[in-house]
Design a protein around this ligand. Structure first.
Ligand code: UD1
Length: 427
């Protein structure tokens, strides 16, 4: 089992290039099956979730190869409208292949990812959107079968904000007959990134970033070249780590406007934060103070994925900090392990109340999910003494060379290698 050994208490100083966004890369790679050509994705992060997506692409018949930080997907050959159970299980976000393969092939059979670390993860909104476009959906023996021939454009009203359902609807509508209007669409930057790629590939899509997306279906899409946006959650994690441990870090290749609620929280904590074009600089000189309540919301609100690492930064903040998690049911799984490090946290349903402590101490902890793991690493960097963080398979899903990056900032962190079992991930 791979573990991190971290000796806390070192200030973080230096520059970090922010990796490409995991949550853009995964739907973009799935979207590449729509185009009957070669798509190139630059700034593609090297992550286990990307490798799992590439496996699915290869299984359905794409040629995929890497060159530097670019990933090439050649989807010009015949595409198989089926994904086996074991590949679907690797990763929750593989559900995006539902809309992608349906769009390309007019049918698709796959198994749906079940519940996972963050609580139940239903797909009713995804299916509802595809049904609106004329898909017939049947389920047997845990496999789901979607058939449509050619999909037909329609009005899709999503009753709740869902990033994945919005993406599936966009992909299905891109090659449907006629016009689709998606209202109640998610406004996350990753949706706008998907729109940018689809447009480069010849799709007629507009409105991403607002709650209403319009798509006029086209017969075919061509290959396209696209640069993946920076990962705002990885950026939030490095900022949280520096706030927790102290120091001064400069992030580059980042889009500060996409980090607004996190930057505001860092300032409220008492850090000095400046942002310029593609750059964020955070410095923590003195003690931290509670930033006031943090309520997770769909974009442009405070991102649920940043809640765990930012919580780590609040553990040492003087006063009481209240976190209210409104997106996922089980998103405080890092809390028991943070308590082992001396944090004072009470949870009640969707609320966590933190009473700032003077110091954290190193402990043996285990990541239960990706961003919870990031919280444990950030807290361990701030703690006195040595911590052992287990469950690195979760962190490897979303952070490219985390220990190398933190090490370059002066953190004492090393990976002790060994086998580590995989399991379904939380997207
Ligand atoms: C994406 C992100 C994930 C992030 C989440 C919320 C990717 C690969 N993952 O996940 O990191 O935490 O957005 O920002 O981009 N829901 C339903 N029915 C559905 C679909 C969703 O009830 O059919 C609910 C979910 O249970 C959840 C909420 O809607 O409570 C938001 O989920 P959604 O936006 O769909 O998250 P994902 O796309 O899975």
């Amino acid at each position: 089992m791979s573990v991190y050994k971290i000796i806390g208490g070192r200030r973080l100083e230096g520059s970090v290039r922010v990796q490409g966004a995991k949550n853009s890369a995964l739907p973009l790679l799935a979207a590449s099956v729509l185009s009957e050509g070669i798509s190139v994705f630059r700034n593609c992060p090297r992550l286990s979730d990307v490798r799992a997506t590439v496996e699915i692409l290869r299984h359905v018949g794409c040629r995929v190869y890497a060159e530097g930080d670019a990933l090439y997907v050649d989807a010009s050959g015949p595409i198989l409208p089926e994904v086996p159970d074991e590949l679907m299980r690797e990763m929750r976000s593989s559900v995006i292949f539902l809309g992608a393969l349906l769009s390309r092939c007019g049918e698709v059979t796959l198994s749906l990812p079940g519940g996972c670390e963050l609580g139940p993860r239903p797909v009713d909104l995804h299916l509802r959107a595809l049904r609106c476009l004329g898909a017939e959906i049947t389920e047997a023996a845990g496999r789901i079968c979607c058939r449509a021939g050619r999909l037909t454009g329609a009005r899709i009203q999503l009753p709740a904000v869902s990033v994945g359902a919005t993406e599936n609807a966009m992909l299905a509508a891109a090659r449907a007959e006629g016009t689709t209007v998606i209202s109640g669409a998610a406004r996350e930057p990753e949706i706008a990134d998907l729109q940018a790629y689809l447009r480069e590939a010849g799709a007629l899509v507009s409105g991403a970033g607002s709650g209403v997306i319009r798509i006029r279906g086209v017969d075919k899409l061509r290959g396209a070249e696209h640069r993946i946006i920076p990962d705002r959650i990885a950026a939030a994690t490095y900022l949280s780590a520096a706030a927790a441990a102290g120091g001064r870090i400069r992030l580059y290749d980042v889009l500060p406007e996409q980090l607004a609620p996190v930057l505001q929280t860092m300032r409220q904590l008492g850090c000095s934060v400046s942002a310029g074009e593609g750059i964020v600089v955070l410095e923590r000189k003195g003690p931290l103070t509670s930033p006031g309540p943090i309520i997770t919301r769909p974009y442009p609100g405070f991102p649920t994925d940043a809640q765990p690492p930012v919580m780590a930064a609040c553990l040492l903040a003087e006063g009481t900090t209240v976190f209210i998690e409104t997106i996922f049911e089980s998103r405080f799984r890092h809390v028991p392990d943070l308590r082992r490090m001396g944090a004072e946290i009470q949870t009640d349903g969707k609320t966590a109340v933190i009473r700032g402590v003077k110091a954290l101490r190193g402990a043996e902890v285990e990541a239960a999910d990706l961003r919870g793991g990031a919280a444990l690493v950030a807290a361990a960097l701030a703690a006195e003494g040595e911590s052992t963080v287990r469950g690195l398979r979760h962190l490897d899903r979303g952070y490219e060379e985390l220990e190398t990056t933190l090490g370059s900032l002066g953190a004492e962190i090393r990976r002790q290698d060994g086998g580590d079992e995989g399991e379904q991930s939380d997207g």
